[in-house]
Design a protein. Structure first.
Ligand code: BEZ
Length: 211
């Protein structure tokens, strides 16, 4: 069965561009972004993995470690990194699993045979410090991912995990958030000293709580 939200992210030990890594040990207390791409030396993947590398610092600010996967060998990843550096301004600076045996791809359901028979599609798994899967995304080969959106959802997950809030449509860091309908108005006044406005009893908005 496909991996679902709330499942423990399956652990694995695999060869990567940074040596042998066990996922849970690598992540430690951090959040994790595990993602797959279809193939090395392909155009969309080159732009995506370059942007993940350029923006590693923005993930680090969110206590989030990156790890990528494809069914290409590690030696191919290393050669491709030179092209990523040349064309995107930053080569690989996070581990990329060489999953020739498809162990990780099968564990995470990263191969969607009706889309691509022999390679991983563009999957994203956000993993919390408790090793639970918090969010999944799947894109076809011809649509590149949006790193701003991935950072945005990590912000939303971390905020909603720390406070009794949810994020409304198109929310971005700094915007108002929704107070959990489970909280009474009295409780909400105590927990959200910046105040809140009530549009409906179930829709109360408050300035973003301090992180
Ligand atoms: C790409 O990254 O551009 C790509 C990879 C695999 C299939 C199609 C496109």
């Amino acid at each position: 069965m496909a991996i679902q939200l709330g499942d423990t992210a399956p652990d694995f030990t695999a060869e990567t561009t940074e040596g042998q890594i066990s996922l849970h040990e690598y992540l430690g207390e951090s959040w994790g972004l595990l993602f797959s791409h279809p193939a090395d030396f392909t155009p969309v993947c080159t732009t995506e993995l370059g942007d993940f590398a350029r923006r590693k610092g923005e993930f680090a600010k969110r206590n989030t470690k990156l790890i990528g996967v494809s069914v290409d060998p590690v030696e191919s990843h290393r050669r491709w990194s030179n092209d990523i550096a040349e064309t995107q301004g930053q080569g690989l600076n996070y581990p990329l699993v060489g999953d020739e045996g498809r162990t990780v791809a099968d564990l995470y359901g990263m191969i969607h045979p009706k889309a691509i028979e022999t390679a991983t599609v563009r999957t994203v798994f956000v993993i919390g410090p408790d090793k639970k899967v918090k969010l999944t995304l799947t894109y076809p080969a011809n649509v590149g991912r949006n790193v701003d959106e991935i950072l945005r959802v990590i912000d939303a997950l971390q905020l909603s995990g720390a406070h009794a809030v949810s994020t409304p449509v198109n929310w971005k860091d700094g915007d108002e958030v929704i107070i959990s309908p489970a909280l009474s108005d009295d409780e909400a006044k105590k927990r959200f000293p910046k105040g809140f406005r009530t549009l409906k009893p179930y829709l109360r908005l408050t300035p973003q709580p301090d992180k």
